[in-house]
Write a protein that binds this ligand. Structure first.
Ligand SMILES: Nc1ncnc2c1ncn2[C@@H]1O[C@H](COP(=O)(O)OP(=O)(O)OP(=O)(O)O)[C@@H](O)[C@H]1O
Ligand SMILES: [Mg+2]
Length: 112
């Protein structure tokens, strides 16, 4: 199993979620986060003054899936979260050792 952690623009979240749902991906954890990539934050004009915002609002989606589903999940994020501008986000993929459903104590990939 793999955990896919996608950090995307907040305004792209609904679109990504719908695409995942159409693929049968229902279970997920979603968090409002703040972060920065290689360009750091951004500069804005506020009341005539230039101000720096260090950390930008993003949405983090965590999904654990079987290894075979990783590519289709990644593609769904790429297709639905991309604007082509800097700050579109990043996807991290991690190995997951086990999963346990608390209600029943079942373990393993069938629990997903
Ligand atoms: N190395 C990193 N480790 C952890 N989180 C990161 C890392 N790089 C980016 N992020 C997270 O991803 C978000 C989006 O990053 P961003 O899209 O700006 O990446 P980037 O590498 O600068 O790419 P781009 O050049 O397209 O902007 C950040 O706000 C931060 O939350
Ligand atoms: Mg960036």
């Amino acid at each position: 199993m793999r955990k896919i952690e996608a950090i995307i623009r907040p305004e792209k979240f609904e679109c990504v979620k719908s695409a995942l749902e159409e693929m049968g991906i229902i279970g997920m954890t979603v968090t409002d986060v703040r972060g920065r990539g290689r360009q750091r934050g951004t500069r804005i004009q506020f009341r005539g003054r230039e101000m720096e915002i260090d950390l930008l609002h993003k949405v983090k989606i965590e999904i654990v899936v079987e290894e075979e589903a990783v590519d289709s999940v990644v593609n769904a994020v790429l297709e639905n979260a991309r604007t082509g501008e800097i700050g579109d986000g990043k996807i991290f993929i991690m190995q997951v050792e086990d999963v346990i459903r608390v209600r029943t104590g079942e373990r393993g990939r069938t629990v997903l």
